[in-house]
Design a protein around this ligand. Structure first.
Ligand SMILES: [Mg+2]
Length: 320
């Protein structure tokens, strides 16, 4: 491997982690907006971190907060330690984050142990296919990428299952991890969809195939994009129909609905494809990630960059 290749891979790993956080913060003020909401605010397509809806400009939401918890648990344990990660999620949920997904909150605060809480919740409600395990994928995707497809998709499913009992969420989260892994290798995630689908549980393959197909459009969605299928389908659509990191986030947020999560997922993919150099500095400068339940900690771009480098196993390389 040449130095140039290493630098490129490093830039992509940082791009995935920081890009997801940027998408989350950029999309947060538009949550539950109508389609066209981004263009209405930024007619020339050049968006700013604006704040609103209880969020300060550049403030990342639960998506990124949980992604940081995932990343830090992986690093401290040298791998996936599900009981520890569940405990971190619980501590965070008890810290009264500004936003938390409904089913995530119910699972984390219900008092059941880590290995049964999500399953019990799903058995009782029958509803656990929200996008809440997709949104926090960037850190674990970077961490497991070097271990290959099987390890990546297996870890993704196990992390998803901590809060989401529906296998649809596990499979979607596994697909997203794998597409980020492919992008970190320098390949095109969209082109990797058919092969990735072969590794999706057969009971769920058809539905995932529909929303990930090259001719699927977010208007074709049969659920609100707070559900796992249209959230990932929309993110992949935003990636494949644009040519820059900035454009991809604009397209994602302009869909309206669960804008922070769709943009966080889009940002993870687009950051992995285009690298951190493609993420505008006017977006990374105000970016900050509070961690409720963990004192006054607030991660900014340098700390997120350090986290991404550690997850990628690249301790001290200038990412730009
Ligand atoms: Mg959020």
């Amino acid at each position: 491997m040449t130095d140039e290749h290493l630098a490129t891979r490093t830039s992509r790993a940082v791009g995935a982690v920081v890009g997801s956080a940027v998408g989350d913060a950029l999309g947060a003020p538009f949550e539950f907006g109508e389609p066209g909401v981004y263009r209405a605010h930024f007619p020339d397509g050049s968006g700013e971190m604006r704040g609103g809806g209880g969020w300060d400009p550049g403030e990342a939401t639960d998506d990124t907060q949980m992604a940081v918890l995932v990343g830090e648990s992986l690093l401290e344990h040298g791998g996936l330690e599900p009981a520890d990660l569940f405990g971190r999620f619980q501590r965070w949920a008890a810290g009264e984050p500004k936003d938390i997904g409904l089913q995530t909150e119910q699972v984390l605060t219900g008092g059941d142990p880590w290995d049964t809480a999500a399953g019990l919740h799903f058995a009782m409600t029958g509803r656990a296919a929200g996008n809440g395990s997709l949104m926090r994928a960037a850190t674990s995707a970077v961490y497991f990428a070097g271990a290959g497809r099987w390890a990546t998709m297996d870890a993704a499913r196990r992390i998803a299952a901590l809060t989401h009992g529906d296998r649809a969420a596990w499979e979607g989260t596994a697909v997203l991890h794998e597409l980020i892994r492919v992008a970190l290798d320098g390949a095109d995630p969209s082109a990797a969809v058919p092969e990735t689908l072969r590794h999706v549980h057969p009971d769920h393959r058809a539905r995932w195939s529909t929303v990930l197909s090259p001719d699927w459009h977010p208007d074709d969605a049969t659920e609100f994009n707070g559900a796992v299928w249209p959230a990932l389908g929309s993110a992949l659509w935003a990636l494949r129909t644009t040519s820059s990191f900035e454009e991809s986030l604009g397209a994602a947020i302009d869909l309206g609905g669960d804008t922070d999560t769709v943009a966080a997922v889009t940002g993870a993919l687009a950051g992995a494809v285009h690298g951190i150099g493609a993420v505008p500095e006017r977006w990374t400068a105000p970016l900050h990630v509070p961690l409720p339940g963990f004192g006054d900690r607030v991660l900014r771009c340098p700390e997120l960059t350090g986290l991404a480098l550690a997850l990628a196993g690249t301790p001290s390389v200038d990412s730009r």
